[in-house]
Design a protein around this ligand. Structure first.
Ligand code: 2M8
Ligand code: MG
Ligand code: MG
Length: 274
């Protein structure tokens, strides 16, 4: 089994960014060697800190599927198509951030009044919008692949803006608070790529993927997993999935729902480690 999970609103509480209600389940999963792979819109800088805090040593996926970071001790050899950055092998699925910043500056003038991007927001403004600590807000601004925007226009302007960006070859994903502009990468593609490395490594084609998420930017990952867990959100409805089978909707919100659903689903595996 491999678990792929979103962070904000899923493993972390939407408001407090804390994982408290899920910590004992995380420890149980670690004890029975079930990898928990963070698959998030957060940055490499944020993930380096969060994996340390949560004592997670598995690979992680940043900026909505833009790149997979694999600690070099994970697999026996360097996976194909990766480059080494610090102590990670990195597979990227997206053009660098500057490409998307240029596209916004040069081709989206009509909408400049409707949004502020992370590159324009000060750390103080980002803290105000998110409730992140100063340190975490600084890490969130260190983006390598895309640009989240704080949208201030109407919904119909937003539709037109998204259409324009799609016509320009960009991909736009809605997160809990921000509109993310980047390339045609998503959490699903990155998950599929990494799961196939694990299948080779375990020499087991039957490895089951479980994905957990709460937002629209999780749809591709939820639809591509063997089992989809839709975590209840205090700010949006469950996203509508094309799939109907092997789909669970949690009762609890965020980390509470995360722990409750995995305890039910994996009860026999988790107690083995006790
Ligand atoms: C951004 O991501 C969330 C995820 O749903 C959003 O769009 O609301 C990211 O830019 C991330 O880096 C940051 O930590 C988070 C803070 O709320 O916002
Ligand atoms: Mg989320
Ligand atoms: Mg997210």
């Amino acid at each position: 089994v491999l678990i792929f999970t979103d962070l904000d609103g899923t493993l972390l509480d939407h408001y407090t960014y804390k994982a408290d209600a899920a910590l004992s389940t995380l420890a149980q999963l670690a004890a029975v060697d079930i990898p928990v792979i963070l698959n998030t819109s957060k940055t490499k800088a944020e993930l380096t800190a969060i994996t340390k805090e949560l004592a997670i040593t598995t690979p992680f996926i940043v900026e909505n599927g833009a790149a997979v970071f694999i600690p070099i001790s994970t697999f026996a050899q360097q996976p194909e198509d990766t480059v080494q950055i610090d102590n990670y092998w990195v597979k990227s699925f997206c053009l660098p951030r500057q490409h998307w910043l240029d596209l916004l500056t040069e081709h989206c003038q009509a909408f400049h009044k409707n949004y502020k991007g992370f590159s324009q927001l000060t750390v103080e403004q980002l803290i105000e919008l998110t409730g992140l600590t100063q340190k975490k807000a600084e890490q969130a601004k260190q983006r390598l692949f895309g640009e989240p925007l704080h949208w201030q226009g109407s919904d119909s302007e937003k539709e037109d803006f998204i259409q324009l960006l799609c016509d320009l070859g960009a991909n736009v994903l809605q997160g809990g608070r921000f509109l993310h502009v980047s390339g045609y990468s998503d959490k699903g593609q990155a998950m599929i790529w990494l799961a196939s490395l694990y299948r080779d490594f375990y020499n087991d084609n039957e490895v089951v993927t479980i994905a957990l998420g709460d937002g629209d930017n999780d749809i591709a990952m939820l639809e591509a997993a063997n089992i989809a867990i839709q975590v209840r959100s205090p700010v949006n409805d469950f996203p509508v999935l094309k799939r109907q089978v092997s789909t669970i909707k949690t009762q609890g919100y965020g980390p509470q729902g995360w722990a409750e659903s995995l305890q039910q689903l994996l009860s026999s595996k988790l107690t083995k480690g006790a």
